[in-house]
Ligand binder design. Sequence first.
Ligand code: 5GP
Ligand code: ZN
Length: 114
Amino acid sequence: MSDCLFCKIIKREIPASIVYEDDHVLAFNDINPQAPLHALVVPKRHIDSLNALSPEDDAIVGEVVRRAAAIARDKGYGDRGFRTVFNTNAEAGQTVFHVHLHLLAGRGLRWPPG
Ligand code: 5GP
Ligand code: ZN
């Protein structure tokens, strides 16, 4: 997807503060952090949203979720706690249409979210 912001970050056409990378997954700090740790964990392969997932995507979704937890643990938030969020479409506030898992930690997070 040539016009996708996160695909451009993956291709290094736009800079980002990268916290993890492997063959399938990239994680980088959110440009507008909502907590002391606010990273976005994304599949390198473009998927618009959770609405576009197919069974072939099960493995990459698992990798993204496990990687978010590993980053949280590595940064010392495993025991304190952390939140992981996928926003999908307008009412949930999705603004970038490349699947991304928000990883938030480092402050008390209210429930329910706004
Ligand atoms: P959404 O609202 O789609 O769930 O989340 C998109 C997130 O991407 C937002 O939290 C926003 O701050 C972040 N974001 C938007 N543009 C950029 C950018 O250019 N770089 C980075 N690192 N994050 C971005
Ligand atoms: Zn993309």
